[in-house]
Write a protein that binds this ligand. Structure first.
Ligand code: ADP
Length: 288
């Protein structure tokens, strides 16, 4: 089983001609409402690839919270460790202007009500996947209380307690997150600094250029396939989910990254932050 400890947000995207200035009201051209939050995205994407996935997180005692649990269940995700809090379900308001720029407001809501004690009895399975959209004390408890493979996707890249890294086997930042977490522009130097704490590997995802794996002894660039991207939102979420899935299936790190690249790259050719099903990916790439 893959256990994902993280956030759920209801994402609302408003397409506008222009951003409002203070005091101005603008009307949306188009509105899209969807399930989001890195934790939820990663749990659903892992489940779609055929893994048993459990989501450990918190929603509010409102209609959005009920919808979230129904959605996760309908995707085959184990929701036995989803806590219902006396709070609003997390939500994100994404304004998108004509130039493709975004302004985002997030209400963390119930996500920030999740406590370390809420994880009791929930940290089972072979792979743990977590991110930084929930409280750091919860992330630390998740990582330190888990006995399998522990992956931290450090997004967003705000980490105050660097001791958290001592409990991480594999760290998976994208390029921007890598710079923020390592405080360095030099990737191989920064990776070695992080590897003083991180146990096994730092994997930096590089968008269309695939990913690079740093271990204490070497670095390996793993290129990805060429695609025509239509929506790169959530590419990192799909990559992390797929990496967890292939590590759970006992592939070595390089092979797991190769396969996770293919799945993440395929996902940017379709809309939405969620990845493909195993059936879809096998039809497109039978050799995977
Ligand atoms: P994030 O979504 O967190 O910013 P990246 O942009 O690094 O992360 O993307 C994660 C993975 O998704 C990459 O390692 C790659 O496999 C795939 N990917 C992302 N963008 C593209 C692209 N334009 N073409 C092909 N693959 C992509």
């Amino acid at each position: 089983m893959i256990t994902v400890v993280g956030s759920y947000n209801l994402d609302m995207t408003f397409k506008l001609n222009h951003f409002p200035i203070p005091g101005e009201t603008v009307f949306a051209q188009e509105v899209r409402v969807g399930h989001g939050g890195k934790g939820s995205n990663q749990a659903v994407s892992a489940s779609r690839l055929g893994a048993r996935a459990r989501f450990v997180g918190a929603v509010g005692n409102d209609a959005n919270g009920k919808n979230a649990i129904n959605f996760l269940s309908s995707e085959g995700v184990d929701t036995s460790c989803v806590r219902v809090k006396n709070a609003h379900t997390g939500s994100a308001y994404i304004l998108l202007n004509g130039g493709g720029e975004t302004m985002i407001v997030v209400n963390r809501g119930a996500n920030y009500e999740l406590t370390p004690e809420d994880l009791d009895g929930c940290l089972e399975g072979k792979v743990l996947l977590t991110q930084l959209e929930i409280r750091e004390d919860v992330v630390k408890r998740a990582l330190s209380g888990f006995s399998g493979i522990r992956i931290l996707n450090p997004a967003p890249a705000e980490l105050n307690d660097v001791e958290i890294l001592n409990y991480v086997d594999i760290l998976t930042p994208n390029e921007v997150e890598f710079q923020e977490i390592s405080n360095s522009d030099d990737m191989s130097y920064g990776a070695q600094i992080l590897l003083k704490r991180v146990k096994r590997a730092v994997i930096v995802t590089l968008g269309e250029n695939g990913a690079i794996i740093y271990t204490k002894s070497k670095s390996v660039r793993i290129p990805t396939i060429k695609v025509n991207p239509v929506d790169t939102t959530g590419a990192g979420d799909v990559f992390n989910a797929a990496l967890a899935v292939f590590l759970e299936r006992d592939y070595d790190l390089e092979t797991a990254v190769e396969k996770a690249n293919i799945i993440a790259s395929y996902s940017v050719t379709t809309y939405g932050a969620l990845g493909p099903t195993w059936k879809e990916i096998k039809e497109k790439y039978p050799e995977i």
